[in-house]
Design a protein around this ligand. Structure first.
Ligand code: COA
Length: 440
């Protein structure tokens, strides 16, 4: 999942979002001792409830809160692989009325069923104003990379009506953590129908996908979530750049800043009509080797990043209409490919608005600058996104994105995205700028 806090604050309102967040104890306060004892008691209480709060995740090979910051624990797999013959051969039990299915995402019918489940039940923002609306083409792209396993596309149906009520997926990926490239599953699209929530179905879905991943002799996974679970490897934030500020304000995605009028706001976010970098063009099939080289070289600097080969780059980065867009800079003299930027398309349904039904959002994906300053490259990405009719351009604070976020008038979102690894320990929490991975 990408972002469960879709709403943004315009830069004009971002001056000091939480001035009280660093409260210190006032030495002149006669209640000081009381306050600090209270504070300590609260911390102990919090830590006890925290450790009791995750009945399921406590049983899994993931970093546990109690082990955070314990340098004696080694980095790497938490549990060794078990012999394949010892992996449970039958699916986990579901409550009586439900049955497992393997979803054939090659078929239009199955894609439509999955699309409908997610369009009605997947991630919403905290105020239930927007819900992700991954397109069918996007789902087929996201779920069928090189080497994908159909058995990792898992659904749950009601036996009698055959209605699809839950979903979870994995796709294979090689992910490097420091110097080690690990075969992993990227887990995504966990969704339980709204009417079946809080019945502990999610842990069964997670255990089943884990079992099917194990059957392929893969023992690690990467995933992201808006919720805090044991234990994030990094906590990242979404930033939003208005491209169509009037619509964003009309649908309640953003607010007019203090002392701002609509026309001043529109002017603030105005962009040139076409990219300014000479040699900036759409990526084509023949660019795959050069883009792969550029990207592999670039991603080396991050602690956790995908290990992309040419097949991966062709799948994940070659432009696909309304799914993924990629542009590069080709030197006019040498014809070398010196820079690259990309974004994927993930609209959100606007819930209950008279005038608008969807918000068209671009999400920054992988960007590499060697010759063109990153700021200029990303400004060109904004220009093409605006031209293609996107309402907003979103980016996480991962990789080197901090370099351009404020400067290009992105405003911080109000939620965080947590990154996780399953059965792999890192003994330090990573700064977002140490992460070179974007999950869809
Ligand atoms: C996420 C969702 C499937 C969880 O289902 P649920 O019915 O709310 O919760 P259940 O009773 O089945 O299971 C609760 C357990 O799942 C865990 N869980 C909840 N959301 C999770 C997530 N996104 N990833 C992993 N585990 C999650 C809970 O932490 C809890 O385990 P714990 O006791 O160890 O803490 C459901 O709320 C949903 O479909 N939400 C909308 C889509 C969404 O947010 N998907 C996740 C995108 S990352």
């Amino acid at each position: 999942m990408a972002d469960n806090n879709v709403s943004s604050t315009p830069p004009a309102e971002n001056q000091n979002p939480n001035p009280n967040s660093n409260d210190t104890i006032d030495p002149n306060n006669s209640n000081e001792t009381e306050t600090s004892i209270d504070a300590i008691a609260q911390k102990v209480q919090d830590s006890m409830t925290l450790s009791k709060r995750h009945k399921f995740w406590e049983t899994q090979p993931v970093g546990q809160f109690k082990d955070s910051g314990n340098p004696s624990l080694p980095e790497g797999p938490i549990e060794p692989p078990t012999p394949l013959s010892e992996v449970k051969q039958e699916p986990y039990n579901l409550p009586g009325p439900y049955e497992w299915i393997t979803c054939d995402m090659d078929t239009k019918e199955m894609c439509s069923e999955v699309y409908t489940l997610l369009a009605n039940n997947y991630v919403e923002d905290d105020e239930n104003m927007f819900r992700f609306n991954y397109s069918k083409d996007f789902l087929q792209w996201a779920l069928r990379p090189p080497g994908h396993y159909r058995s990792w596309h898992i659904g749950v149906r009601v036996k009698t009506s055959k209605k699809l009520v839950a979903f979870i997926t994995g796709v294979p990926a090689r992910i490097r953590a420091r110097d080690t490239v690990v075969s992993m599953a990227e887990i995504n699209f966990l969704c339980v129908h709204k009417k079946l929530r809080s019945k502990r179905l999610a842990p069964v879905m997670i255990k089943e996908v884990t079992r099917r991943v194990h059957l392929e002799n893969i023992w690690q996974a990467a995933y992201t979530a808006g919720v805090v679970l044991p234990t994030p490897i990094s906590t990242c934030q979404y930033w939003h750049r208005s491209l169509n500020p009037k619509k964003l304000i009309d649908v309640g995605f953003s607010r007019l800043g203090a002392r701002m009028t609509m026309s001043r706001t529109i002017k603030l976010y105005k962009l040139p009509d076409s990219p300014i970098t000479p040699g900036f063009r759409k990526m084509e099939l023949h660019d795959v080797p050069a883009v792969t080289r550029l990207l592999r070289g670039y991603l080396k600097q991050f602690v956790v990043a995908p290990d992309f080969d040419e097949d991966d780059v062709e799948h994940w980065l070659l432009p696909k209409e309304d799914v993924v867009d990629s542009f590069l800079v080709e030197s006019c003299e040498t014809h070398d490919i010196t820079d690259f930027c990309s974004f994927y398309t993930l609209p959100s349904t606007v819930i209950g608005n008279q005038n608008y039904s969807t918000l068209k959002a671009a999400y920054s994906y992988y960007n590499v600058s060697t010759k063109t300053p990153l700021l200029q490259l990303m400004n060109d990405a904004l220009i093409v996104a605006k031209k293609k009719g996107y309402d907003v351009f979103n980016a996480l604070d991962v990789m080197e994105n901090e370099v351009f976020l404020k400067e290009l008038k992105f405003g911080p979102g109000d939620g965080q995205l947590q990154y996780y690894l399953y059965n792999y320990r890192l003994n330090q929490t990573l700064r977002p700028s140490e992460l070179g991975l974007v999950l869809l």
